[in-house]
Design a binder for this molecule. Structure first.
Ligand code: GDD
Ligand code: MN
Length: 374
């Protein structure tokens, strides 16, 4: 009988086909006869990364795969990878060879020898560097790092690092509190821990991507802000309610615009105006929420149509309450002035809370058993 590996290297992948074999080869060379494994967590990459990992695993039992279907996200993938292993030491690194695997043995030695929770591969301590980064990206990274210092209590020089190793106990300690949104899993771990973490930063130079392309896009910035929000206000309200409410706020403008045109401009009745405005705002909100709030569960193709239908259906009840309450208030208050605006907003608020709760469950399957089975 063989015991579980001492070290597990968790590697999130999305369209990294050409990097898999070189990475495994590197790990084999560097980790040698240490008892290790590598867990690739692939989000059903269209380029067939998962299939290739399976092929290579047939030749080397140290190669493992977590194949996620219908989900996306770097941080979430890392969390599932960490949970899929029983190794006492777990490293997280990118598949594209930008993280220097030669640092792994030193990370492990440090973690085993010293009283630490985790070891971070750092580009911002003496001896480390960003390598060949464009001015733009260096600036973006600096801004993000500054921002993180608002919520981070530790003196961590490279909180944006995606390359680190931790003790299994730390995973168990923080896993239930992780936000799991976006790219910054290390920062997530630091903010989620309820005590100061004992850590050490080891320098390395960020390499150049060999094959494939970066998944870093403008969404990563949005998700970063969401993660920070989640870590602050998110403690008191459901995570996704923040973007949902924000989009709802935009929807109010759409709603009011349509209502203004129909009711004030074209002389339609208030009921007709409020109903039409609710429908337009509902559709607007559905698409924006599908794009941002539920990015990781984004509905596509026919699912989009089904989602829009269920969103509209579920929201219809909210809309009836909305129009009902707004109309009641409109008639109960003095004619003229801004009472029509106040009536409309009261209707919207009742509708919004209802919409969030119901569509989370029925449109995007949030928190239902069906969601994980899909
Ligand atoms: N499973 C999964 N799902 N993996 C993903 C996803 C996803 O949605 N998005 C990206 N990945 C994988 C990539 O395949 C790659 O292995 C790794 O995550 C990093 O993605 P890149 O697209 O190469 O990111 P980067 O190089 O711009 O940024 C990396 O380096 C930064 C600096 O250290 C990331 O590690 C950042 O977190 C890090 O801040
Ligand atoms: Mn990369």
């Amino acid at each position: 009988m063989t015991a579980c590996p001492v070290l597990s290297v968790v590697v999130p992948t999305f369209n990294e086909r050409d990097n898999i074999a070189p990475l495994i080869q590197r790990l084999q060379g560097i980790l040698g006869d240490l008892h290790w494994e590598v867990v690739f967590v692939d989000d059903d990459s269209p380029d067939g990364t998962a299939g290739l990992v399976r092929e290579l695993a047939a030749r080397d039992a140290r190669v493992r795969l977590v194949h996620r279907v219908g989900r996306r996200g770097l941080a979430g993938a890392c969390i599932e990878g960490m949970l899929a292993t029983t190794a006492p030491y777990v490293a997280v690194m990118d598949a594209d060879l930008q993280h220097d695997a030669r640092l792994l043995p030193e990370m492990l030695r440090t973690l085993q020898a010293e009283d630490l929770d985790l070891v971070v591969g750092s580009r911002h301590v003496a001896g480390g560097s960003l390598g060949t980064w464009s001015e733009d990206r260096q600036l973006a990274s600096r801004v993000a790092t500054r921002l993180s210092q608002l919520v981070l209590k530790a003196d961590l020089k490279d909180p944006m690092s995606g390359f680190f190793m931790l003790r299994r106990e730390l995973i168990d300690e923080v896993v239930r509190d992780l936000s799991g949104i976006g790219f910054k899993i290390l920062l997530d771990i630091f903010i989620s821990a309820k005590r100061p973490l004992r850590f050490k930063e080891l320098p390395y130079t960020f390499g150049v991507r060999v094959a494939g392309s970066s998944k870093l896009d403008s969404m990563v910035a949005t998700e970063y802000i969401l993660m920070l929000l989640d870590k602050t206000v998110g403690r008191y309200i459901p995570t996704r309610f923040i973007p949902f409410a924000f989009i709802g706020g935009l929807g109010v403008f759409v709603h009011m615009g349509v209502l203004w045109v129909l009711f004030r401009g074209l002389g339609a009745s208030f009921v007709a105006g409020q109903t039409a405005a609710t429908l337009v705002a509902m559709t607007f909100n559905f698409f924006l929420n599908n794009f941002f709030t539920y990015r990781d569960r984004r509905l596509r193709g026919w699912g989009l149509l089904r989602g829009w239908l269920s969103f509209t259906l579920a929201c219809s009840v909210g809309a009836v309450a909305n129009v009902g309450i707004a109309t009641y208030l409109f008639h109960a208050t003095p004619a003229g002035g801004v009472w029509w605006v106040i009536s409309a907003i009261a209707g919207i608020i009742v509708g919004a809370v209802w919409n969030y709760a119901v569509t989370a469950v029925y449109t995007w399957n949030q928190g239902s058993a069906a969601a994980s089975a899909r």
